[in-house]
Ligand binder design. Sequence first.
Ligand code: CP
Length: 295
Amino acid sequence: MVKKITSIDDLSLTEIKLIVDRAIKLSSKPRSIKAKTIKNIFNLFLEPSTRTTVSFELAAKKLGHNIFNINFDKSSLSKGETFEDTMSTLVNMKPDALIIRDRKEHSPIKIFEEHKIPVINAGDGKNEHPTQSLLDYAVLKKTFGNKKITIGICGDIKHSRVAHSNIKLFTKLNYNIEIISPNYFVDKKSVSKINNKIVYKNNLNDINNLDVLMMLRVQKERITKNLNSSLNKFKANFCLKNSHLNSKIYLMHPGPVNRNIEISDEVLDSYKRSLILKQVEMGVYLRMACLEHLL
Ligand code: CP
């Protein structure tokens, strides 16, 4: 069966736990574990990325696979080739798997359905970013074990693919979820289709009950109306400062951070319970586990 990770919905809870436990195991014994058969993996990034693209490349290389990085500027897309023609060109080179980040929602699943090759969604517009959620869960499991935690997700939920994958995943895991966001950054109707038990808050002054606070980036590139006004209002009311934290709450952010919009310098540079760089580190092991699952 050809496998895909285009959405958290593609994985059963058993598969999620196998992938995450494998990533945790790899992270505690970080030696190279070469695959028996060398595969050719295409890493197609049509939106900017640091963490995801490099961690997939490193993950593939640690497993001994060949990986080919393709981005918009260096591909014939920049000369006007259509997306569909570029895809059939790449697919006819017979990759064993395709990793894709695209600004268009649902393009990873469309490629899978049309070409029947293993596909990983590395972020499709504001839809989903499943491997980010899986790595977030791996960090949480390493920190809390199997404890049922309460996690607050704060920021621009509406335009965030990480929020959409994480709400799906944390719901499957039966975590308590709170959303801390102004009305202009959350579509409660759409969130309630995934989980109608989520608690909503509209400020950061009432978060002492949380085990984890996950701040999310304001997705400036996806906000078409009133960007400056939304940014200024958000910054004034939701930028995380030391005074909001109680030293027991763990802090996460998928990165990249807009400094002093979501998180102040004082918190980002010195908060002791920050898991942000652990998320970056786990990204490599989690993506190794995803490639093993897929291939
Ligand atoms: N978290 C994340 O997807 O970061 P990049 O955009 O740097 O890959």
